[in-house]
Write a protein of this length. Structure first.
Length: 588
């Protein structure tokens, strides 16, 4: 009963708790599953080298490895295996790690609830076997489509979608994708006299296992009709119910049209191949170049004849050969890769390229089709951008001004070192704040008006006076400038700088207070207080003149400051009067 061969599915239990492993084995073997056991990661890998298990129950903590790391190693040996992770100590971290692995179907905590686990395992393995059968059928279908001149389709009964293996749009004269990929859409292209017959056939074959054999007319975009023979067979599930239909449509009106379409496709491929903006080289598994397009001849500087006598290795500089051999080794395992590698031109120059090798079989011979795109300039631009970003980051971090970025809601998304020094907040504290939390409420409206204007006009807002609340509760004064932050033309936030003008503001306030005191002294003095300045050209001015001048001379101080000669004229008038008054003025 505990054999490792069973049609129901092969399961391996990987757990260092031997009693638990044997208990699980007894339960699952009793349900008809083939069971294997391993008590260490190493023994599990050895097992997988000989047997490809459908499902593995893996303890997350093994004596010689981490269970999730073991899964990654097993995946390389058996990519089709799925996993049920078990643990004696539930951990959010390990659960999250498990979720990220696509093949893990569940994360279960000991003691295990087999009332839930057994149905889960059964459903998973049944679905897996069905998918494998469907995939096998689809692979066969695609292979048939490659050698068939008929249009072959796959009808999914559950979704009512049609997948065509052959260019049905082009065949009927429509644009690519113009013909709907649904049964309902397809029926609309059928001749009105044949629609009812085909609709009845479709409904009958949703449950029938009999083959489809129907002849009907299909509408071409140019208004003509072609007569098709449609033959299909069902793909059945475990309950002998059809889940898909595979069929072929043969144009029995003019078989020549299919041949001409094939020739047209080949010509299109030839044109695309020869005039591709990228170099294309085709070589065999021994690296012998079999063909090269026009761009490859131009790019490498060799004639096509010269290239056909070369191996691909000769197109790489010596220091890249090791990497090239590694790529070839990988291509023996997979069908396609995307790599960055260096190539060598005939003139000795080297360029960096993005190479996309794709392996397929031509006849019975595997060949590799490589698309080569020169990315030297793109790489330089990328490196320049990275260098620019580093310079920007250095300027940002080392600026003496408070630099910041905000999202569209006004939340800080980045601040520099000066922000921490100036405000007293840590960077993490600032990044939890909104800009309006950082300034007094009385300035909120001013800030909102500035932001609205900036969004409307796109113009930066310069030297906006703002008060800000520091961590210690004190107020500092800033001149803050804002500009829009954009990415790919879309506004994603704001960026700005705040210049600390607290000391200047305090000096200005002190000066105003001093001037106010001086003004009060001046206004209460019985004498005229003034400042007199003589210019090099002989002109003069009164930067300051107390209001007492009006009492003594009858002229307004403001008028004299604007026109100093008025005071001189007044003095001349008074000169004809008492000498004492003149002397008083001169003394002042």
């Amino acid at each position: 009963m505990k054999t490792e061969n069973s049609d129901k599915g092969k399961i391996i239990i990987i757990d260092d708790n031997r009693d638990l492993a044997e208990n699980i084995e007894d339960i699952l073997a009793g349900k008809g599953f083939a069971i294997g056991k391993a008590y260490t990661g190493k023994s599990a890998i050895d097992k997988f080298r000989n047997v490809k298990y459908d499902l593995a129950l893996v303890d997350i903590k093994l004596p010689d490895t981490d269970g999730l790391e073991l899964i990654e190693k097993i995946n390389k040996i058996s990519p089709a295996t799925v996993y049920l992770v078990i643990t004696g100590y539930e951990s959010l971290t390990s659960a999250m790690r498990s979720v990220k692995i696509a093949q893990v179907i569940s994360y279960e905590t000991k003691p295990l609830d087999f009332n839930n686990i057994i149905p889960l395992i059964s459903q998973t393995l049944d679905k897996k076997k069905l998918e494998e059968k469907l995939q096998e059928s689809q692979d066969r279908l695609k292979l048939i489509a490659q050698v068939s001149t008929d249009l072959i389709y796959e009808w999914d009964i559950q979704t009512d979608t049609l997948e065509w293996f052959g260019n049905v749009d082009e065949y009927l004269g429509y644009n690519p994708g113009e013909i709907p990929r649904t049964i309902e859409g397809w029926i609309q292209l059928i001749h009105p006299d044949d629609q009812k017959k085909l609709s009845n056939s479709v409904e009958r074959h949703r449950t029938s296992t009999e083959s489809i054999e129907e002849n009907y007319r299909v509408h071409k975009k140019d208004g003509t009709w072609v007569f098709w023979s449609d033959i299909g067979s069902p793909i059945l599930d475990n309950n002998n119910k059809p889940v898909k239909w595979i069929g072929g449509c043969e144009d029995i009106t003019e078989r020549k049209l299919a041949e001409e379409a094939l020739e047209e496709n080949e010509e299109r491929y030839r044109q695309i191949y020869q005039f591709s903006p990228d170099s294309i080289i085709i070589h065999d598994m021994d690296m012998n170049i079999l063909d090269a397009n026009n761009k490859a001849v131009e790019e490498f500087g060799y004639s096509k004849l010269e290239l056909l006598k070369m191996k691909v290795f000769e197109l790489h500089p010596e220091d890249e050969l090791k990497h090239s051999k590694h790529v070839l080794a990988e291509m023996k395992k997979v069908s396609a890769l995307n790599v960055e590698t260096k190539f060598l031109r005939k003139d000795g120059s080297i360029f960096l390229a993005e190479a996309t090798p794709c392996k397929y079989t031509l006849g019975s011979k595997p060949i590799i089709h490589v698309v080569i795109r020169d990315i030297t300039e793109r790489k330089k631009a990328q490196e320049a951008l990275e260098e620019s970003e580093v310079r920007y980051r250095n300027l940002f971090e080392n600026s003496s001004e408070f630099l910041f970025t905000l999202d569209l809601k006004g939340n800080f998304t980045d601040v520099n070192k000066a922000a921490v020094t100036i405000t007293g907040f840590t960077k993490s504290e600032l990044l939890k704040k909104n800009f309006k939390d950082y300034i007094p409420k009385k300035d909120h409206r001013k800030l909102l008006i500035a932001f609205s204007k900036m969004y409307k006009t796109g113009e930066p807002q310069q030297d906006l006076p703002i008060e800000a609340i520091m961590k210690d509760g004190s107020i500092k004064y800033f001149e803050t400038s804002f500009s829009l932050l954009k990415k790919e033309g879309q506004i994603i936030g704001l960026q700005g700088s705040s210049k600390d003008i607290t000391e200047r503001k305090q000096a200005e306030e002190a000066l105003k207070e001093s001037e106010a005191k001086y003004r009060r002294v001046s206004d209460n003095s019985p004498a005229i207080l003034y400042q007199f300045m003589m210019a090099p050209d002989g002109g003069f001015s009164f930067p300051y003149l107390s209001d007492m001048v009006e009492t003594i001379f009858g002229v307004c101080a403001e008028d004299v400051i604007k026109a100093p000669s008025k005071l001189l004229e007044t003095v001349l008038i008074f000169y004809k009067g008492p000498v004492l008054l003149i002397k008083m003025f001169i003394t002042i």
